[in-house]
Write a protein that binds this ligand. Structure first.
Ligand code: DAU
Length: 358
């Protein structure tokens, strides 16, 4: 069965400010790779070659990062959404691209470490396919998601972010649909928050007697909407890291455990304790980089200590007296220690920045 892919990479990203003021949330790197790339790779792994990417305000950056898709072995078509009018709205405007083909809808900020091949195979096995197949995952905070209610093992009801969740089963942001979804997205009305909801779409299919299958996911799924989720996804990927060295390490340095050193990075008089990844052309000088840390490309870490953190590109961290931990540090940031008296912090922080100083 030929399946297409539809990845959503628009939206507001308000929960990931300040990073989303200047960049698409789907381009935040996890283990030195934009989140969005994991979605593309998961689809390509399932044999999906035609992928539509829905973009909004940050479309230019997404286009620059992904290009025509050839580097992933896919052909990418961009679909402009004028405003974040809902996930089902994004499906609606993609009808021209999707045509009558069944497709995987993948929310660009969802991350599933083990990929989606078993679920896509399951869907493709049916001939004709069900109208939809949704993936469910038990979570501690179901009120933050679409929530599923099952009756006799079948999906009976889905509700968007209910104040009192009927179960702990979140509907994850990876869905399979066939062409019957267009009848649903063209019939439903915007919700109270003004969006065409994907949960209402699925409920429409159920209510109109179409078959909607569900599968419980047992791998590692993370909706990377908030900072803690990014760090968690980073940890999850680094846990499975295969060591690799394309950088240089001087004699005074120690590299321990599973570490990836990307092309042109330099480790000078430093300790790197894996799992960790150091990006292209990044220099680590007289510093300690501890477990579960990803430093992206063209950074400088000097006279500093950092662990359990993600640092984005072109950032400089020098002479910091305290160990940096559990932190997400953006692009082009300059973080410097200083000895000047009186002792004090000199900060230039953008809106919605968050800093904790011991
Ligand atoms: O992560 C799973 C959850 O995703 C589901 O459980 C919910 O039922 C579903 O509504 C969705 O909830 P979120 O609140 O996490 O959706 P969010 O607004 O963050 O959008 C998800 C992705 O889709 C994100 O990458 C932005 C993109 N998007 C979103 C909207 C509303 C668009 O491209 N266009 C849009 O109009």
């Amino acid at each position: 069965m030929k399946l297409k892919g539809l990845i959503l990479s628009g939206g507001k990203g308000s929960r990931l400010r300040p990073f989303t003021y200047t960049g698409a949330k789907q381009l935040v790197p996890i283990a030195n790779k934009p989140i969005l790339f994991y979605a593309i790779e998961s689809l390509v792994e399932c044999g999906v070659r035609e992928i539509g990417i829905v973009v909004g305000d940050t479309g230019e950056q997404v286009r620059a990062a992904v290009g025509d898709g050839s580097r992933f072995g896919a052909a990418v078509t961009y679909i402009e959404q004028d405003a974040p009018r809902g996930i089902a709205h994004a499906v609606k405007i993609a009808q021209g691209f999707l045509g009558d083909d069944p497709f995987v809808l993948f929310l660009g900020d969802n991350f599933i470490r083990e990929g989606i091949l078993p679920y896509v195979t399951q869907f493709s096995r049916h001939n004709p396919p069900p109208a939809s197949q949704v993936l469910l995952c038990p979570v501690k905070n179901p009120q933050d998601f679409g929530v599923a209610e099952l009756r006799e093992g079948r999906l009976a009801r889905v509700v968007e972010k209910p104040a009192e969740p009927p179960t702990n089963l979140a509907v994850i942001g990876i869905y399979l649909f066939d062409h019957r979804v267009f009848e649903a997205v063209n019939s439903i009305e915007p919700s109270a928050r003004g969006e065409l909801e994907i949960t209402d779409t699925i409920q429409y299919l159920i209510d109109h007697g179409h078959e909607v299958k569900c599968e419980i996911v047992d791998g590692c799924w993370i909706d990377t909407g908030k900072m803690d989720d990014i760090l968690e996804a980073n940890r999850a990927i680094l846990e499975t890291l295969e060591p690799e060295s394309a950088g240089t390490v001087d004699k005074a340095s120690r590299v321990e455990g599973r570490v990836v050193l990307e092309t042109g990075c330099e480790i000078i008089n430093s300790v790197i304790r894996g799992p960790a990844i150091i990006g292209e052309r990044t220099r680590v000088v007289k510093s300690y980089v501890g477990p579960f840390t990803s430093i992206y490309h063209d950074c400088l870490i000097q006279d500093s200590e950092i662990e359990q953190s993600v640092v984005m590109e072109n950032t400089t961290i020098t002479g910091i007296g305290a160990r940096i931990q559990d932190s997400l540090i953006g692009r082009n940031v300059e973080l410097k220690g200083c000895d000047a008296k009186p002792r004090g912090c000199n900060l230039v922080l953008g809106d919605f920045s968050r800093v904790k100083i011991p």
